[in-house]
Structures are given as structure tokens and as C-alpha cells.
Ligand binder design. Structure first.
Ligand code: KDG
Length: 364
């Protein structure tokens, strides 16, 4: 069975099981993502889960695309710890990684349908549900993560989260994916000219596609769950993700070159199914609100350490590192500027101005 078909088959089976189980999971998901083997400990954990779930009033199934080594998953475990402790086990949290419950879009749709309770996607796929979110994927928008924190955790960030309600999604907090960097298997990329002809996988987001086209690359949208295989088989030459993901997902095994393009600061959004959230009593709603924020702080901290640490590890694994100069980064920004202006014109102008203003204020 081909890997892709296997993934598709497993996703279908998972969706069926989740829908059939309704409130409580009685089956352990057995899914294989990329080359990440389903860990035995996962099956064991799910065995323990079954008992705890049986005693619980509510079960939250929380799934992400990245693997269980990633700070995103550690954040999810922290969320579980806080929620179960604070509710004395009345809310039971099951955590799934590596796309075991599907890719970002599938999981968001499952939240809308009420067959999954939590996921933590990047803002890029969220823009397909609430288009205003695409502003957070404007290349070179946030100068650093401190400014991003201030804007996202502030009033304007909350306005975006509120927009998710209409989609039956409850946005509880911003977590962090981080600054995205380019890898490929063909050549060193030091300047905008070097993008010419490279086939690059991007997230499923039109702005990302247009931005890479503007730099001369040949972008292809693809779910994260398909990425490792696509790189391995040479379906695409490259991809872009923060160093932590590049290292922890083992992309260095199938990619030779890495450049610190830092072209987009990618936030994660902690999402809950709104129909599920609305069934929780008020005190439990408060618990999940605070847990999403607390776990987010912890996740951001781990994520920043990981992104600082793993470039060296990528070089140790044999990747060639190309440092992007300030001038080269400015050339990239200029190449993408018309795309950003075009997308900005399509969005809620007051909100766009508020974001720009908040970024300026955060730098004062
Ligand atoms: O869990 C989140 C991931 O599925 C995804 O958003 C990671 O940045 C990502 C990508 O490139 O798809």
C-alpha cells in the first residue's frame, strides 16, 4: 500500500471511529504519519485513557499535525495536565499528534462538526475559514516574537479570535509555530534570485502561494501530513518551516540546504469546537480558557528554546546553512510587497490598520 494511500485510509478510519464514538473514545487511534511510527506507548496511554474517559463527564480529543517531540505537543500535554487537575478528572483530555486525527483542515472541520474538540493549527489554514486571519501570514509582518506576543495577546488579537465564533470555532489562545525558514534539496538560497525554479511546498493558503510565486519559486500547497514523503520522493524540492519542525520532523534526512529566511512569523491558534465549549458549565469554561493560555505560555517558551537550538543540530546532521543578509531579506520583502498590498486591500481595513498600529505601538 503506498504511504499516501495508507495515510488517507487511516484518516478515513479515524474519522469514522471518532464520529461513531461520539462523546467518548473507546478505540485507540492507530495511524502512521510520514515516517513517524505509531509509538507503543501511545497505545498504552490510550488504554489508560479509556479508563479515565469512562469516569469523566467530558472528553476532549486534542489533535495536532506535528509529532510528539515538538513543543506543540508538550503544550498539549500541559493543557491536559492543568485541565484534568483543575476539574478533578471531570474533563478528560486525550492528546493526538502527527496528524493521527487528520491534517489541519480536516481537524478544523471535525471541530465544526463536533466530532473532535481541540486542534492547534497555524493561522495560514485558518484563513480559509476566516479570511481576515491571512494578515498574520503577511511576510515580514512581525519583527520579533515579543512584538507578536504583545499584538496577538492584546485587544486586536482577541478581535480575530472572536471572528471564529461564526464558524463554530472558539479561539482560546495564540501559541507559537515561529519564524519560518527555507530548506531544499537543490542549492544554497542566499538571495531572492535563488528562488527561481524551486518547487516549494507551502501550507494551503493563497497568500503563501502568491508570495513564493512573487519570488520566482514554483509553490505547491500541501497538507503537512504529506510533506515528508513529498520531500523524500522529490515531488517538491523544498519546504519552509521553523528550525524546530525541520529538526524534530527529521527533514534534514531528505533536505540538504537550509537558509534563515525568517520570512513569516507563524502563530498557532488554540481552537475548541464552539458547540462543545458551549456545553461546558461556566466554571469548566474558565478552566479551559486559563489552561489554553497557561499551556500556551509554556509552549512558547519551549518553542523559542527549540528554534534557537536546532539550527546547530541541523548543521551537525550535515545540512549546509546559508545565512540571509539584511539586504537579501529586504529584497525578498520588496518582491513580496505588491502581493501583501493586494491581500491587505481585500481585508477589513479598520482591522488591518489596527494590526499595523499595534505592531508600531509594541515597538515603542
Ligand atoms: O499542528 C500544526 C501543523 O499541522 C502545521 O500547522 C504545521 O507549519 C505547519 C505546516 O507547515 O503545515
Amino acid at each position: 500500500m503506498s504511504k499516501k494511500f495508507e495515510m488517507f485510509f487511516v484518516s478515513m478510519v479515524m474519522m469514522f471511529l471518532l464520529a461513531a464514538c461520539g462523546g467518548n473514545n473507546e478505540e485507540s487511534p492507530e495511524a502512521n504519519n510520514n515516517d513517524t511510527e505509531v509509538k507503543e506507548e501511545n497505545a498504552e496511554a490510550n488504554g489508560a485513557n479509556e479508563e479515565a474517559a469512562a469516569d469523566a463527564e467530558f472528553t476532549i480529543r486534542a489533535g495536532i499535525g506535528l509529532n510528539n517531540e515538538h513543543p506543540q505537543y508538550k503544550g498539549l500535554e500541559k493543557f491536559k495536565e492543568i485541565v484534568e487537575e483543575e476539574t478533578d478528572g471531570a474533563i478528560h483530555v486525550e492528546t493526538y499528534h502527527s496528524g493521527q486525527l487528520g491534517d489541519d483542515r480536516t481537524m478544523m472541520e471535525a471541530l465544526q462538526l463536533g466530532s473532535q474538540e481541540v486542534t492547534v493549527p497555524s493561522t495560514a489554514p485558518i484563513a480559509n475559514f476566516v479570511s481576515d486571519f491571512s494578515i498574520f501570514d503577511f511576510p515580514f509582518l512581525f519583527p520579533n516574537s515579543e512584538v507578536a506576543d504583545e499584538v496577538l495577546d492584546g485587544e486586536v488579537g482577541q478581535k480575530f479570535l472572536d471572528k471564529l465564533d461564526d464558524q463554530n470555532l472558539k479561539g482560546l489562545a495564540y501559541w507559537e509555530n515561529g519564524f519560518r525558514d527555507l530548506t531544499n534539496s537543490e542549492k544554497e538560497v542566499a538571495s531572492v534570485d535563488d528562488f527561481e525554479g524551486l518547487t516549494i511546498r507551502t501550507m494551503e493558503n493563497d497568500l503563501h502561494l502568491d508570495a513564493f510565486r512573487a519570488m520566482g519559486a514554483n509553490p505547491t500547497p500541501m497538507a503537512f501530513t504529506e510533506l515528508f514523503t513529498a520531500l523524500q520522493q522529490g515531488t517538491v524540492d523544498g519546504q519552509e518551516n521553523p528550525f524546530a519542525t525541520i529538526y524534530l520532523e527529521g527533514f534534514y534526512e531528505v533536505q540538504d540546504y537550509v537558509s534563515d529566511t525568517h520570512h513569516i512569523y507563524s502563530p498557532f491558534v488554540f481552537l475548541m469546537s464552539k458547540s462543545f465549549y458551549d456545553t461546558l458549565p461556566e466554571d469548566y469554561q474558565e478552566v479551559v480558557d486559563n489552561a489554553a493560555l497557561e499551556a500556551g505560555k509554556y509552549q512558547r517558551e519551549l518553542n523559542r528554546e527549540a528554534n534557537d537550538e536546532y539550527l546547530d543540530s541541523l548543521v551537525e546532521e550535515g545540512m549546509t546553512f546559508t545565512e540571509i543578509s539584511d539586504e537579501a531579506r529586504e529584497e525578498m520583502r520588496l518582491a513580496i510587497e505588491p502581493v501583501v498590498e493586494e491581500y491587505a486591500a481585500e481585508l477589513d481595513q479598520d482591522l488591518v490598520n489596527e494590526v499595523y498600529q499595534a505592531i508600531e505601538d509594541a515597538q515603542k
